[in-house]
Write a protein that binds this ligand. Sequence first.
Ligand code: CO
Ligand code: CO
Length: 304
Amino acid sequence: MPLVTSKGMLLDALEKGYAVGAFNANNLEMAQGIIQGAEEEEAPVIVQISQGGAEFAGLEEMASIVTLLANRASVPVVLHLDHGVDYAFSMKCLRAGFTSLMYDGSLHSFEKNVAVTKDVVRAGHLVGIPVEAELGQVPKDPDSCSFEELKAFMTNPEEAVSFVEKTGVDSLAISVGSMHKMKTRSATLDIERIKKIREVVDLPLVLHGSSGVTHESVQEAIEAGITKINVYTHIAKIFTMKVREILTENQGMADIRKYLAPAREEMKKEVIDKIRLFKSQGRAKGIKEVEVTPTKEETQDIIE
Ligand code: CO
Ligand code: CO
C-alpha cells in the first residue's frame, strides 16, 4: 500500500496502549528485513533514515527503496527522517517523499530548539506531514555521559508543555534514562517521569536509544505512555554479528549474497522480537490515516 504518515499510526498506538517500532535502515537489505518482519507480524512499521544514514546511502536512493517496498507491502509503512538537524535538510526530505519528519534541536538552547522546530512543523503541516521533535537530551554516545550526569539532561514535564504549545509538534521524543549507541542492555528508564509527561502532554511520546534498555523497562515505558520506539544499534549489531560469523568461518568467501542474505534474515527475526515486545503485532488493520492540517497561524504568510 502507499506510504502513510505517522499521524494516524501513532494516535492508534496511543489510544490502544502499544508502541510502533521505528527501525533505521542504511541499505536495501535492512529496509527489506524491517518490512518483511512487519508483514509477518501484520504490524504497522516506521522505516527511518537518519540524516547521517542519508549521507551514507543517498537520500533519494533510500527514499526510493522504502517507497517501492512500502507500495508492495501488506502493512502500513511510514518513511521517517530520524534526527534531522537542519531546516534545509528537512525540506529535501519533504521533496523526496518522506511521510514523517524529526527535527532534533536538543543540542540547542530551549529558545532555538523552539524556533527551528516551529519552522519545520509549519513547513511539514503545510504539505500534510507530521513532525517529531526532541526536548531534553538523549545522549548521542554512552562514552560521553554517565548515568548520573544523564539526570541533568532528562525532559522536564513543565518545559515539555510549553515546548508543545509553542511549536505545534505532533510527537515528542523525551529523555527518560536511555542513551544512543548502547551495545549492552542495562539501562532502566525513569517510568514516573514518563507518566508525569504523559499526564500533561497529550501527544505520542517517543523513546530513543532503546537498544540499551532492559526489556522489562521497555514494557513499563509502553504502559506509561511511550508510543514510538526507535531501534538502530541492536539490529545493526545483529546484522553485523551474522556477517562477521559467516566471514570468520569462510575466509575465502567473495559472493556478497552469501553473507548479506543470512544477515538480513537474522535481522528480520530481531525486528519480529521487537514488534512482539512493543505489542504492535496484528495492529496493521486498525491503522487509519489522520489528515495533518495546518493551523490558521501556520497558513499565515509572514509579512512584517
Ligand atoms: Co535517536
Ligand atoms: Co534481541
